[in-house]
Design a protein around this ligand. Structure first.
Ligand code: ZN
Length: 290
């Protein structure tokens, strides 16, 4: 289980959401059999989308984060529900790129730097809210920070980290997102900037097994920050046979008849969890009767 912790400043203007996403990222890597550099990239997406989604208000709301940077891993997509439960996928989960000169995983190189970051919030309204910015660096945390300041005009600090064991399995994953709500207080911004400067990097904090509670409270030091709430979240795919049927039906009569004529069995694989749904030719044709 992942753990999300939120802390709020005394005046209610600064919110810090911190997460231990270790289990989520491990499950993501297991399901998608990601290369280490894609584990790092998609792991950062998973971590970020969980705390972004956790800011949604109502059950049924979802937040989708999509990064299309033109790099070897293709489009990265991560979806969160309002409790921060996530699912994600990558165009090529096994993509590899050379390490950086200092020997670390090169996330911007695998993601690519030429493209866009898109956030879609589906809140049950007629039209989902959609915001898009050009990628800033492809390192994901900087891109999300830029998204909030450009698209939502919310001063934001975002830090995301994944650390690995010697055998390239995930040792720990986590991150935090701090946002200053309007009306923006100059004092809060100054204190926050000082706190962030004084804090260790997220990877160093993960190496030291720092709990999300501690990270959230540290980020709000001097602002009278207190823990607001905390709960568990996980990697969770909500696909089902019924939903898969709906997707098939939406392809239209012609396509279904074609598939039913061409093959004994049609297999549909869920991009988010790799679960396979099989439909015989007769079952395919039955879908048209509904
Ligand atoms: Zn699924």
């Amino acid at each position: 289980m992942g753990k999300i912790v939120r802390a709020l400043s005394e005046d209610g203007s600064v919110l810090c959401s911190a997460i231990d996403s270790t289990d989520m990222v491990r499950e993501m890597a297991r399901l998608h059999e990601t290369s280490p550099v894609v584990t790092a990239a998609l792991g950062r997406m998973t971590t970020a989308v969980s705390i972004m989604g956790a800011m949604l208000k109502y059950e049924g709301d979802t937040l989708t984060l999509r990064i299309n940077g033109g790099g070897p891993c293709g489009t990265l997509m991560a979806v969160s529900d309002y409790r921060g439960n996530v699912k994600c996928c990558a165009g090529d989960p096994k993509a590899e790129v050379p390490l950086t000169p200092d020997g670390s995983l090169d996330v911007p190189a695998v993601v690519g730097r030429e493209g866009s970051l898109t956030v879609v919030k589906d809140m049950g309204l007629k039209e989902p809210y959609c915001g898009q910015i050009p990628l800033v660096s492809g390192n994901i945390a900087e891109d999300i920070t830029a998204y909030y300041s450009i698209s939502e005009q919310l001063p934001t600090v975002c830090a995301l980290g994944i650390i690995f064991n010697d055998d390239a399995t995930v040792k720990a994953a986590g991150g935090y997102l701090v946002q200053v709500m309007p009306p923006v207080s100059e004092n809060a911004i100054n204190v926050l900037e000082k706190n962030i400067r004084n804090m260790d990097s997220i990877t160093a904090m993960l190496q030291n097994n720092m709990e999300p509670e501690k990270i959230a409270v540290m980020a709000l030091e001097g602002l009278g920050g207190e823990i607001l709430d905390s709960w568990e979240a996980q990697y969770y795919c909500d696909c089902s046979r019924e939903r898969t049927e709906q997707i098939l039906i939406s392809m239209g009569r012609e396509e279904i008849e074609k598939l039913a004529a061409e093959q004994e069995e049609t297999e549909v694989c869920c991009h988010f969890c790799n679960k396979k749904y099989r439909f015989t030719a007769a079952e395919m044709l039955n879908l048209l009767k509904e």
